[in-house]
Structure formats: structure tokens, C-alpha cells
Ligand binder design. Structure first.
Ligand SMILES: C[S@@+](CC[C@H](N)C(=O)[O-])C[C@H]1O[C@@H](n2cnc3c(N)ncnc32)[C@H](O)[C@@H]1O
Length: 207
């Protein structure tokens, strides 16, 4: 199936529209995957974390308070809400900034944990984003991804229903695990199903 070409401008336009209602529409429905991801981060107790595609910052209050946390996003509208959350929870260990996750101004190996919740199928070039995530991850660190992946029988049945909804939030609904994770250089150490009917996965890998 052909993939629609998404640009960074499309992503910004889409999330400008969604920012005000994002937490209400996509908070609870994607929370199981976020919780599973957060449990994996808590076990690792990393000293430094970067979340790429931090959005409204739903995960920020739940990272270990001992870690230095950086969130990046291309949508200023989403980041405005993330900044309000940081202030509300007094997260003195956390800052967010406007940056493209496919090309970030951080050093190689700067973070012990690189977190990608529901961004890899939104960004224009998923392979470039994963490459950048692996570059930023320290040699003994972890990249943790939460995302829906196509390919299961259940997904095939639901795809027709899910596609227009996915398109509305700029998700590629036809997003193959094998292509984007299996064939990537990421060394996968754990995969856990998540969200409704296990349509998403939480993937832990090493660079
Ligand atoms: C579905 S939201 C996920 C937000 C949050 N991680 C969560 O769990 O709810 C996807 C976010 O990724 C951002 N995004 C998409 N492509 C990006 C890129 N190349 N660099 C940084 N952020 C990006 C969007 O602006 C949006 O805020």
C-alpha cells in the first residue's frame, strides 16, 4: 500500500488544530501504552531522558524525578501545554524545546534513555527519527518506543475503520513493525503489546 507523503509543515498544522483537545481525545485511549513505557523507564532508572515528540507533556510528571528530562517537539502549540504542565507540577528537572526530532542539537550518546511515544509514525521520515534517537542514546542506554503497528490480523480487520481516524492525527495507519523496527539497526530486547486489542506495542531496544 502506498504511504502518504507527510511534511513537517503538515505535522505542525495538524497539531496546531489538535493541541487544545489532544489530552481529552488521545489521553486515555493511548494511556495503556504510556503506562507500560513508563514502567520500563522506572525499572531502568536512567539519569537522563529525552522524549522526542513530547506533545502536551502527558508523560513528563511521571518520569523519575532524579533524571534530567528534555522534551522536544515541532509544534509550539503542543509545547505551550507541556510548559504549563511543567509549571503546574513544578518539574525543576524538566525542560522542553522546539526542535525537529529528525535532526537534534544534542551530542552523540548524551541520553541514557530516548523515549518515542506515538511519534515514529507521525514524523515525515520515521527512519531518520529512529536513526537520530539511536545517535543520542548512550552505548549502554535504551530507546523505548510506543506505537501502533500494522500487520496483525486484528489490525487488518480494523484498518479500514482506523485509517480515517489515524489520518486525522497525522498517523500513518499502515505502519509496519518489520519495516520500521525489525529491519532497523535497533537491537530489540523486549516487545510488549499495548492499548485496545494489543494494536500498539511498547518496544525496548539498544543502539
Ligand atoms: C501523537 S502525538 C504524541 C505526543 C505524546 N508523546 C503523547 O504520548 O501523547 C505526536 C507528537 O509528535 C510531534 N512530532 C511529529 N514529528 C516530529 C518531529 N519530527 N520532531 C519532533 N516532534 C514531532 C507532533 O508535533 C506531536 O506533538
Amino acid at each position: 500500500m502506498s504511504e502518504q507523503k507527510v511534511t513537517l509543515a503538515d505535522v505542525k498544522t495538524s497539531y496546531k488544530r489538535w493541541a487544545g483537545v489532544y489530552d481529552r481525545v488521545f489521553g486515555a485511549v493511548l494511556q495503556d501504552g504510556r503506562n507500560k513505557l513508563l514502567r520500563k523507564v522506572a525499572k531502568l532508572q536512567p539519569k537522563s531522558i529525552i522524549e522526542i515528540g513530547v506533545g502536551t507533556g502527558l508523560l513528563l510528571p511521571h518520569y523519575p524525578p532524579t533524571a534530567r528530562v528534555v522534551g522536544v517537539d515541532v509544534s509550539e502549540d503542543m509545547l505551550t501545554i507541556a510548559r504549563e504542565r511543567i509549571a503546574k507540577h513544578n518539574l525543576t528537572n524538566t525542560r522542553v524545546e522546539l526542535s525537529d526530532g529528525e535532526s537534534l542539537p544534542f551530542k552523540d550518546g548524551e541520553f541514557e534513555c530516548v523515549v518515542l511515544p506515538y511519534v515514529i509514525s507521525v514524523t515525515p521520515n520515521p527512519k531518520a527519527l529512529l536513526h537520530e534517537a539511536m545517535r543520542l542514546c548512550s552505548a549502554d542506554g535504551h530507546v523505548i518506543i510506543a506505537n501502533h503497528f500494522s500487520g496483525s490480523k486484528t489490525w487488518a480487520l480494523l484498518e479500514k475503520v482506523a485509517e480515517p481516524i489515524a489520518a486525522k492525527i497525522g498517523f500513518h495507519s499502515n505502519f509496519s513493525y518489520d519495516e520500521h523496527i525489525g529491519q532497523s539497526p535497533l537491537k530489540v530486547v523486549e516487545v510488549e503489546p499495548a492499548n485496545l486489542l494489543g494494536l500498539s506495542k511498547v518496544v525496548v531496544g539498544k543502539p
